[in-house]
Ligand binder design. Structure first.
Ligand code: ADP
Ligand code: MG
Length: 359
């Protein structure tokens, strides 16, 4: 197994007069056998990072090591892609349409001049693990999306790679089978203990697969942590947004009775960080609640009185937008299990300790 170390990797694409900084000084240490996720919006540099690891692209600056071996350095490919022992699944799966599933999976082995029995044994093994043994003589067009993806995965795994790279591997799947596909990848990664890097714009992929994750924004790696820690303690509001729905507000820090609050119009949000002046607040929708009651127990803190502006429906829950009495433009959304009448006066609560503060 291999650990992947990037040191100050920068990738600049030059076209005509324009320069695009696709990666900006990225340093990262991905442990041997780890399932690592990289989350970032479209255009952040995720595919560029994968291509550099695979050896399909060369870093403009910086160094890339597998274990202690230098594989690429500032504009120079030290180890070519065919010698990196990497399996890769692309977003589109890139299966050869004129080859059967069997031949697609066999393709990476052909350069090894393996004997046919050995080849068949290897392909059967990996097909059994992935549950595609019964469709090996089918062409890609005769396979479901889920089966095509598993063929692509089998092709990536057939050479026993030391590193598995998955670039948006689930975005082409129907939403209803994405979870089982994620579970399959997670199980295989866990069984084979292969160093795996999954990049995606979808936090659901990262949460289901990665033990640790990095967040890339505009080519910069801005945070590395466990997915749950990134969720609860995002370093910036951009990271917070990437990882889930968020109510964003601007507030003024005030101290009242030895407690610190962020004041937003008539609302007072309890905060723990003592930062003077103006702050930016972020609150997950699930950490907000409205009620007719004056108290909801220790877990919930009263923020103030609010008026219901809109009540709409979204995947099993009601999205209720409320505003403070004095400002119709300060909209706060809570996900509730019942609708509320528009115009109604309610109490707004926030879950204790869940107000994110950004300076
Ligand atoms: P992501 O995979 O996160 O969507 P990419 O790594 O594909 O992002 O792209 C990062 C940036 O680099 C984008 O601005 C993209 O347009 C640019 N880019 C990627 N590949 C090339 C290339 N071959 N030539 C010029 N610009 C490129
Ligand atoms: Mg990409």
């Amino acid at each position: 197994m291999v650990n992947v170390v990037a040191k100050g990797i920068t990738k600049i694409y030059k076209s005509r007069k324009k320069e695009v900084v696709a990666l900006d000084n990225v340093s990262i240490d991905i442990r041997s056998g780890e399932s690592f996720g990289i989350l970032g919006p479209s255009g952040a540099g995720k595919t560029t990072f994968m291509r550099i690891i695979a050896g399909l692209d060369i870093p403009t600056r910086g160094e890339l090591y597998f274990n202690d071996e230098l594989v690429a350095v500032s504009g120079k490919l030290v180890v070519p892609p065919e010698d990196r022992n990497i399996g890769m699944v692309f977003q589109t799966w890139a299966l050869y349409p004129n080859m059967t599933a069997y031949d697609n999976i066999a393709f990476p082995l052909r350069s090894l001049r393996m004997n046919k029995d050995e080849e068949r044994k290897r392909i059967n093994e990996v097909s059994d693990i992935l549950g595609i043994a019964h469709v090996l003589n089918h062409y890609p067009r005769e396979l479901s999306g889920g089966q095509q993806q598993r063929v692509a995965l089998a092709r990536a795994l057939v050479k026993n790679p030391s590193i598995l790279l998955l670039d948006e591997p689930f975005s082409n799947l129907d939403a209803r089978i994405r979870d089982s596909a994620r579970a399959l990848v997670r199980r295989i990664q866990n069984e084979l203990k292969i160093t795996t890097i999954t990049v995606s714009h979808d936090p659901a992929d990262i949460f289901s697969i990665a033990e640790r994750a990095g967040v890339i924004v505009h080519g910069k790696l801005v945070q590395v942590d466990k997915p749950s820690a990134i969720y609860s303690n995002p370093v910036t509001v951009e990271v917070a947004r990437l990882i889930g729905d968020l109510v964003e507000l601007s507030g003024r820090v005030e101290e009242r009775n030895n407690k610190v609050y962020a004041v937003v119009d008539d609302f007072t949000f309890p905060i723990s960080k003592v930062t003077a002046g103006d702050v930016r607040l972020g609150i997950r929708l699930e950490d907000l609640k409205i009620s007719d009651e004056a108290s909801l127990g220790d877990e919930w803190v009263l923020v103030g009185k609010a008026r219901v502006k809109v009540s709409s429906y979204s995947s099993g829950l009601f999205r209720v937008t409320v505003v403070p009495p004095s400002n119709d433009n300060t909209e706060i959304v809570a996900m509730m299990d019942r609708p509320f009448d528009v115009g109604k006066e309610v109490n707004l609560f926030v879950r204790s300790g869940k107000v994110l503060v950004f300076s």
